[in-house]
Design a protein around this ligand. Structure first.
Ligand code: FAD
Length: 429
């Protein structure tokens, strides 16, 4: 490979594939390097993918992509050790094309996406790890990979959380434990019909279900279940520094979660087919590295472009959108022949105009707000306690809801503190 590429994309996750696809479609000479045996070989996520961003790049992608199910229902539950209080949202709109979200398994989905990139004209080199950057003075001019030097006008770092390339370019430092969550996930096989009965689904319908409360033993984070065709993605996401400080293992939390009375019956008879763990950058704009330098752009998780408000965890569509923005910047830079930082600054402008930086700015206070332990302890307990009082019929005269709230919160939290948290929550999320 002695040719000089217009662009080398490092990493074939959603960011790298979206970037490579857009570049190759515009006729640029593109090399995508992926360290996994194949794209998706080592990748994981919870499982819900919001489609509209990818649909702009590949219209009607759901007809050919290995989609598990389309999400017709979003559910959020509070857990105590025994109880579960749920809020579920569904609308006929989620059953209509282009659909709001999909569940996918990365090993199939990334592989499909990388094949699309290849079909569009890029070279996708799987099993090849980018070890370092090539420099000419202050300008990045390619990568070192597998003992070779591979020159390019622009390198696009799509190498995920803890990006080696961003660090080597001096754009980002090492990850801090308070800025990342540890995710652990099991894929549990169950017959298709059983999944549909247990989750009240039919055909290819699916559910995205998030949990907060006792499943993380009060540590910042939550649990999730996503329905696939004939399996469930079941996992826990927890703040890394909290795990270390409390000497708790994420895997033990996952085992607790699976044993919870509201969850165990959903998983009964299931067979573990896959286990994976991965970090998620969750401090958004507060941890974002510089996004470009001479000859280099940083996208997706490598740039911490993830929205984690506590209620929502979205990274895949941010990865796709930033990958496309990096491609558009590279295409423009090729037209002028200027690959300096000044020219590549266009990338940041594109992200500022899109939902990517707008959302990260809107929710910049969310990560700090969501660190409050009582969000994961006091409030789920209060909500379940209140629900129990509301729904229990014990033959005694009923009390008004306000009185029940006072009783349920007594000795646990003052109503002033609740009001204060609501005010801060309003600001943050
Ligand atoms: C438990 C968990 C649950 C999640 N749930 C959701 C969800 O429900 N919805 C959602 O939208 N997002 C979710 N996310 C976040 C989402 O997975 C990421 O935001 C998204 O995958 C980022 O895409 P990316 O392409 O930037 O990085 P990645 O998907 O991490 O891809 C990076 C790629 O680069 C490759 N690579 C790394 N280093 C090198 C190198 N030096 N040389 C060559 N290749 C390299 C890797 O092998 C990988 O293929 C979740 C994440 C986790 C961990």
């Amino acid at each position: 490979m002695e040719q000089r590429f217009d662009a080398i994309v490092v990493g074939a996750g959603p960011a790298g594939c979206a970037c490579g696809y857009q570049l190759a479609q515009s006729g640029l000479q593109v090399l995508v390097v992926e360290r996994g045996k194949f794209a998706g070989a080592k990748n994981m996520w919870g499982g819900a993918f919001f489609g509209p961003t990818l649909a702009e790049l590949i219209p009607g992608f759901w007809a050919e992509a290995p989609i598990e199910r389309y999400v017709v229902s979003n559910k959020l539950s509070c857990l105590t050790d025994e109880a579960c209080l749920s809020l579920e949202f569904t609308t006929p709109k989620f059953r209509q094309l282009p659909y709001n979200g999909f569940t996918v398994l990365r090993s199939k989905f990334d592989r499909w996406f990388a094949t699309k990139v290849q079909e569009t004209g890029a070279i996708v080199a799987a099993g090849l790890q980018a070890d370092d950057l090539l420099w000419e003075g202050n300008q990045v001019v390619g990568i070192k990979a597998g003992g070779d030097e591979l020159p390019a006008s622009v390198v696009i770092a799509c190498d995920g959380v803890n990006s080696i390339l961003a660090q080597k370019a001096g754009l980002g430092g090492e990850l801090k434990p308070q800025d990342v969550k540890q995710g652990v996930k099991e894929v549990i096989a169950l017959p298709r019909k059983t999944i549909e009965q247990r989750f009240n689904l039919s055909g290819d319908e699916g559910i995205a279900w998030e949990f907060i409360g006792s499943c993380t033993r009060g540590l910042p984070g939550g649990g999730f279940i996503y329905t696939n065709k004939d399996s469930l993605s079941v996992g826990i996401v927890v703040q890394l520094d909290a795990l270390a400080e409390n000497q708790v293992k994420a895997n033990d939390l996952l085992e607790d979660f699976k044993r919870h009375p509201a969850i165990a019956s959903l998983l009964e008879g299931g067979k573990l087919v896959e286990y994976s763990a991965h970090l998620i950058p969750v401090s958004g704009i507060n941890m974002m590295p510089r996004l470009y330098t001479d000859g280099l752009l940083v996208t997706g998780d490598a740039a911490a472009l993830v929205l984690g408000t506590g209620l929502i965890l979205e990274g895949a569509n941010f990865a796709v959108a930033s990958g496309v923005a990096a491609a558009e910047t590279t295409i423009k830079a090729k037209q002028t022949g200027d690959f300096s930082a000044r020219s590549l600054a266009h990338y940041r402008e594109l992200l500022e105009q899109s939902f990517v930086l707008k959302d990260l700015k809107t929710f910049s206070k969310a990560p700090h707000f969501m660190e409050k332990p009582r969000i994961y302890t006091t409030y789920p307990e209060l909500a379940c306690n209140l629900a129990e009082r509301l729904f229990t019929s014990d033959g005694k005269p009923r009390k008004k809801a306000w009185q029940l709230l006072r009783e349920a919160s007594k000795g646990k939290i003052s109503l002033w503190q609740i009001a204060l948290d609501l005010m801060q929550g309003k600001e943050a999320i």
